[in-house]
Each structure stands twice: as C-alpha cells, then as structure tokens.
Ligand binder design. Structure first.
Ligand code: NAD
Length: 301
C-alpha cells in the first residue's frame, strides 16, 4: 500500500484514481471541480483542497490534466501561484499521465531533477473504457530506475506498461501512435464511404477488409460506420470514446514536434486538416470515428 496523490479527476483521471483506491492505496485527490473530488471521496479517496495538500508526505503523485500548460503551471507555477515542486516534502515519484508537448515534459523533468525528484512522462492509450477497466497502456519516458519504481502503481491502472526511453520519449511515442490512429481512422472511413457509395454493404465490406491487407485497428475494433459494431461509439451516435477535439490537440502536438525537428508528416498534416474541418462543422465533442460523416457528406447526428 502506498500513499498517492492524484491530481486531475476528469474523464480519465477519475476512473484511474478509483482503480488505485480499489488496489488498496491511500489516495488523496484534488481537482478544480468540487463534484469530481466528491465523487472520488465516495469511492474511498481522501479529499484535498489544493494540489500541495494532496501531495504532502506522499510516496507518489499522479497527474492527469488536459494539456501542457496545465502540467507546467501545476509543477512549476506561474506569476499567480508557486509550483508544486517547490512545495514538496521529501522526494515523491511524479508520474504525469497527461498527453502534452515532449518539451514541456523534459522541462518539468529537469526542474524536478534539480530538486532531487524523479519525474516520468507516462501518457496513456486505451481511452475511458481502458481507464475504467484498468487495462490502459502506459508509455513511459524517464530513467529506468524511475520506471521500475512506477511499475507497481501503473500495474494497478493498466495492462501494458512500456518504457519508451528518456524523459519526453513517452510523449513522442504517444504522439506517433495517435497520429497513425488518426490517419488509419480517416483512411478507413474513406474506404467504407467509397464502397457503400458503389453498392457494398458496410458490414460486408468491413469483414472483407478485416481479413485482407487493409485490416487495421480502426476497422477491426472501432468501426466508424454506425451499426457495423454494436459496441463501437459509431453505433451509439458517436457518444463516449475519444473526442474529436482531443484528437485535434494530439495532431497539433505531433505537427509541432515535426516542425521542431524538421520531420515530414504529410499524412499527419492531412489528417489534422480533415479533423479540424470536421470539428468546425460542430463535431468536436463527438467521438473521433465520427469523421465518417465528413466522407458521407451528411451532418453528424
Ligand atoms: P478532462 O478534461 O476530462 O479532465 C481533466 C481534469 O483536470 C478536469 O477535471 C479539470 O478540472 C482538471 N484540472 C485542470 N487543471 C487542474 C489543476 N491545475 N489542478 C487540478 N485539476 C485540474 O480530460 P481527460 O479526458 O481526462 O484527459 C486528460 C488527459 O489524458 C489529456 O491530456 C488527454 O489528451 C489524455 N487522454 C485522454 C483520453 C480520453 O479518451 N479521454 C485518452 C488518452 C489520453
């Protein structure tokens, strides 16, 4: 049993923190939203009224925040507030599971190290369903020692735990994965729309392509055409799952990374444009597989 602070109790953080409670850890939680704290209190966590209070005397801190600016402000502070790194007692392990810029992860890691604290970037794949089921994939950047220290905690929230390399590389791997996912999802939607327009049944075409060389995760387990897969968000009016807006955030991070490092990402750029167009038509809060509607030329439900 460890003492763990959990900061950021949104769609992902809330079930992740709940799984740490279920695993028997003493979890102290903080979020800016009172209802989110109360829900975790009901699940057995202890409330804190600030991030510093949550982190006092713990063995580890897990954060799950929307974007890099939130992570940076939490740990390093800004003109209005001191950073958590300057308020720490002892040297708790820091595990940030948010998807953020690799450079921000490296910056916070260096500041943590200067204070004798180990920071890991540990973005996740698997979505809200994976967070609830405790089957997330963690993609960790940081020292091997830090990774080994984190593993028992990550095991209580996830199934596949990878060490990608040094700080920042967890984020790089995550961004590569999500860029590929966006390309595969838009390509899958494109192929389905072409087939259906020419008389094919979407379920029949999906089965053929699954067993053929076009098979891929988006087609095989997350089919974007409504009714083809009962449990996919497409069959539930594109509710739940992974928001189009969050996919656009990740594609933007991948694009900035490519610019910074002079990498060429024509397919990723195209996917980013398609998703941005789709969101501009009012679909940002739908699951990202709703890109299917862009190809069908109809409005999403
Ligand atoms: P969310 O917006 O639902 O939750 C973020 C939470 O952080 C909110 O409850 C917010 O109040 C809280 N917060 C913000 N600033 C805070 C601060 N300074 N102190 C305390 N709490 C603060 O977002 P989410 O869907 O849980 O995603 C979190 C991260 O996980 C993002 O980086 C996202 O890209 C990534 N991610 C999300 C999914 C998904 O399917 N939702 C999947 C993989 C990765």
């Amino acid at each position: 049993m460890m003492k763990i602070a959990f900061i950021g109790l949104g769609n992902m953080g809330s079930p992740m923190a709940t799984n740490l409670v279920k695993a028997g850890h003493a979890v102290r939680v903080f979020d800016l939203v009172e209802d989110a704290i109360q829900a975790l209190e009901s699940a057995g966590a202890t409330r804190a009224d600030s991030a510093a209070e949550a982190a006092a005397g713990v063995d580890a801190i897990v954060s799950m925040l929307p974007a890099g600016k939130h992570v940076r402000t939490l740990y390093l502070g800004d003109e209005n507030q001191p950073g958590l790194l300057d308020a720490l007692e002892g040297s708790p392990l820091i595990i940030d599971a948010s998807t953020i810029e690799p450079n921000v992860a490296k910056e916070v890691a260096a500041e943590a190290l200067a204070r004798g604290v180990v920071y890991l970037d540990a973005p996740v794949s698997g979505g809200v369903g994976g967070a609830q089921a405790g089957t997330l994939t963690f993609i960790v950047g940081g020292t091997r020692d830090g990774f080994e220290r984190a593993r028992p905690i990550l095991d209580d929230m996830g199934k596949n735990i990878f060490h990608a390399g040094d700080n920042g590389l967890g984020q790089v791997a995550k961004l590569c994965n999500n860029m590929l996912l966006a390309i595969l999802m838009s390509g899958t939607a494109e192929a389905l729309a072409l087939g259906v327009k020419n008389g094919l049944d979407p379920a029949v075409l999906s089965e053929i392509m699954q067993q053929s060389s076009g098979g891929n995760w988006a087609l095989n387990v997350y089919n974007p055409w409504p009714g083809v897969m009962e449990k996919a968000p497409a069959s539930n009016d594109y509710q739940g799952g992974f928001l189009t807006d969050l996919m656009i955030k990740d594609l933007g991070l991948a694009w900035e990374l490519a610019l910074d490092t002079k990498a060429t990402v024509p397919m990723g750029s195209q996917a980013r444009n398609l998703y941005t167009l789709h969101a501009s038509q009012g679909n940002g809060r739908l699951d990202f597989s709703s890109i299917q509607w862009l190809y069908r030329g109809e409005e999403a439900p």
